[in-house]
Ligand binder design. Structure first.
Ligand SMILES: Nc1ncnc2c1ncn2[C@@H]1O[C@H](COP(=O)(O)OP(=O)(O)O)[C@@H](O)[C@H]1O
Ligand SMILES: [Mg+2]
Length: 381
């Protein structure tokens, strides 16, 4: 049986072995500000899964609903429609007490740092630990370690008004991390930081994700830190528009680029093509394309292999075996003729498919693409 995996899905890296529960799971999540005539919907039917250990970056235009979604996940406001599970707790309809308990397991790093001006950096960070049963000694160690790690070892006992903007931001970050939360929600955490401090912060995020299985959701426009993301989620007008696994997308682009007729596309166009492709999984023996059927998709083999079987003049034989990085299915799309062969999976096989309309629009963008394709079809016939 073929299985089309549509987003949201778990990260493919994790999906191979993973049976863990997502730390964030939303289904059909809607959110409105205001009541009655003034009621305005700002989130529409949002579906998102984020696994333990995953770092997700959320981007999107201002006003698209990123902060609203982050505050819903953080239990700072509540939605009434759809489902939102955070650390296994259903947030839609949760009691105030449940939300408080849940918030303790999270770390918040928000744009407005909200540091207490009358308290030192040390005391500000300590606020985050006072909800827990740490000894004074343990608190001291954790606070000092975290601030030092963030390059503030020499500013531990300074008050916010004698710290620079970047240093204040790092105190806010220390406060969000010091209790080693299971989930970190960060809204533009590196915006006020220079390149080096920004890098240090995301390195800490990566360690927390890797070593503690912490889930980290970062809203950012800082393209200097995009490389830490396992996945990039793009929000437009209150809807998650794309949800891309970075490693997979890079691999798909690498394969696409090796294809003669895609070689001339710019990296940006390649990424756009990769974004439009969707994953399909097949088991050994599954038929992917049947000779005589109309063509509706173009395929890239991500993993595994397929055999191509053609019947010509009443004789059926295997004409080719294709493996990782190979393509098939383009001919019927270009010529509008029926499929001229049957394609079957030879083993457990992962394909990325591009729908006919998207395929044809890529061709329109690239004259060489069309030329090359026609040439390669010509040579094969
Ligand atoms: N407290 C609020 N009351 C009413 N509308 C709000 C409030 N906060 C945000 N909005 C509106 O909700 C939409 C999404 O805002 P927001 O989540 O802050 O977007 P982003 O973080 O992507 O810039 C915007 O249209 C904004 O004007
Ligand atoms: Mg915002």
């Amino acid at each position: 049986m073929s299985q089309t995996v549509s987003l949201p899905a778990t990260s493919s890296r994790l999906a191979l072995t993973d049976v863990k529960t997502p730390n964030i799971q939303s289904r059909g999540l809607n959110f409105y500000f205001g009541d009655g005539e003034l009621r305005k919907q700002v989130l529409f039917d949002n579906n998102l899964d984020v696994m333990p250990g995953e770092i997700v970056i959320m981007t999107g235009p201002s006003g698209s609903g990123k902060t609203t979604l982050l505050t819903l996940i953080g239990g700072l406001r509540t939605a009434k429609e759809g489902s939102l599970k955070v650390l296994k707790q259903e947030m839609v309809g949760a009691s105030a007490q449940q939300l408080v308990r849940l918030r303790r397991q999270m770390g918040f790093i928000f744009q407005a740092h909200n540091l207490f001006e009358s308290l030192t950096a040390f005391q500000n960070v300590k606020m985050a630990l006072e909800l827990f049963d740490f000894s004074q000694q343990e608190m001291r160690t954790r606070i000092t370690e975290t601030l030092t790690r963030l390059g503030l070892g020499h500013r531990i006992h300074y008050k916010p008004d004698s710290l620079s903007g970047g240093q204040r931001q790092r105190v806010a970050i220390a406060r969000g991390l010091v209790h080693k939360p299971k989930l970190i929600l960060a809204d533009e955490p590196t915006a006020a930081l220079d390149e080096k401090s920004g890098r240090e912060v995301v390195t800490i995020f990566q360690e927390l994700a890797r070593e503690e299985g912490c889930t980290i959701l970062i809203v950012t426009h800082d393209n200097r830190i995009l490389d830490v993301a396992d996945r990039i989620v793009n929000m437009v007008d209150g809807r998650i528009k794309s949800n891309v696994y970075v490693q997979e997308s890079a691999k798909v682009c690498e394969f696409l680029q090796k294809c003669d007729f895609l070689r001339d596309l710019t990296p940006r166009t390649l990424v756009e093509v990769a974004d439009k492709m969707f994953r399909e999984d097949f088991s050994s023996g599954d038929t992917i394309i049947r000779q005589g059927d109309p063509g509706d998709k173009f395929y890239l083999i991500r993993k595994g292999s397929v055999e191509i079987e053609a019947t010509r003049n009443g004789e059926t034989k295997i004409v080719a075996v294709l493996g990782e990085g190979d393509f098939f299915g383009e001919m019927a799309l270009l010529t509008d003729a029926p499929r001229n062969a049957t394609v079957r999976a030879k083993e457990q096989t992962v394909l990325y498919a591009l729908g006919k309309a998207d395929f044809l629009s890529v061709i329109e963008q690239s004259p060489t693409f069309e030329q090359e394709l026609r040439k390669s079809i010509f040579e094969r016939q």
